[in-house]
Design a protein around this ligand. Structure first.
Ligand SMILES: [Cu+2]
Length: 277
């Protein structure tokens, strides 16, 4: 094989490797060598991604500009080329510009970020609530709208993975219906934890004695992974979050396996009955 064709083969392999490492196999799952964020699974994460992509280019532009200016100054005003040093010490116009431009940039960043923070924080009209309780080192999930049944979700054994990612798969995932706005109440039993799912743009502290709330809505059924994101002790690395998003009918069937006496829309039925009376 000639040198040029070896080089071509190598570069094709490298490009393919790069493309494979950048592409994500599925949303909600981290990939070895992956770059940037995981694919967005919620409208909130889509907005975070969009803002991030703008800010990233802005940062690249600023860094590039400052670097270019520094290189220019180092070359243009070096000692060798300027045996008689300049005595310039002020330039009012320049000083106004280099003060005003960063202020405008920071204000622009604030105008982009503040509405997004409010959007993520403000819980819209929700379809159902789940309660999350952090323990050292696993999660308890309960469903107050579905008869308050409860179960525990711990890290899955290596032997039970079936191809799912190690340290992310759990013994039992949080199950929620697709296309519904889920309100999440988060607290903890012992120490600080944080319930976090990157592809949802959700990361919220779980604090003993306090209930924090957040929300998400996932339209695409699938399994999404996260981790406890507050150092909480010895097995902190060992308390993954697994959220399984399923079509509504499948969710209803799953609820019945957990709580056979649950009647869907029971409150609506009662309300209709009372209206008729
Ligand atoms: Cu934790």
């Amino acid at each position: 094989m000639r040198a040029s064709s070896i080089f071509k083969a190598l570069s094709v392999t490298a490009l393919a490797g790069l493309a494979a490492s950048v592409a994500y196999a599925a949303p909600g799952v981290p990939t070895d060598g992956g770059l940037l964020f995981q694919d967005a699974a919620t409208p909130g994460m889509e907005k975070v991604n969009a803002l991030h992509n703008i800010v990233l280019w802005l940062v690249i532009g600023i860094v590039g500009l400052v670097l270019a200016l520094m290189i220019y100054i180092c070359v243009r005003f070096r000692e060798k080329a300027n045996p008689v040093p300049s005595k310039t010490s002020h330039n009012t116009m320049l000083e106004v510009v280099w003060t005003a431009v960063p202020v405008i940039v920071v204000l622009g960043l604030m105008l982009g970020a503040a509405p997004l923070l409010y959007y993520l924080d403000e819980i819209p009209e929700s379809d159902m609530t789940v309660k999350v309780v952090g323990n050292q080192w696993n999660w308890d999930y309960s469903y107050p709208d579905h008869g308050d049944f409860e179960f525990n979700s711990s890290v899955a054994d290596k032997a039970d993975l079936n191809g799912a990612p190690y340290l992310l798969k759990t013994t039992e995932p949080l199950v929620v219906p697709a296309g519904k706005t889920i309100r999440v109440l988060v607290t903890a039993n012992d120490v600080l934890h944080a319930w976090a799912v990157p592809s949802f743009a959700v990361k919220i502290d779980a604090m003993p004695g306090r209930i924090n709330e957040t929300w998400f809505r996932v339209d695409r059924p699938g399994t999404y992974y996260g981790q406890c994101s507050e150092i909480c002790g010895f097995d902190h690395y060992n308390m993954p979050v697994e959220v399984k998003v399923v079509p509504e009918a499948e969710f209803d069937a799953w609820v019945l396996t957990k709580n056979p006496s649950y009647v869907k829309n029971a409150t609506d039925v009662t309300r209709e009955a009372s209206v008729q009376n």
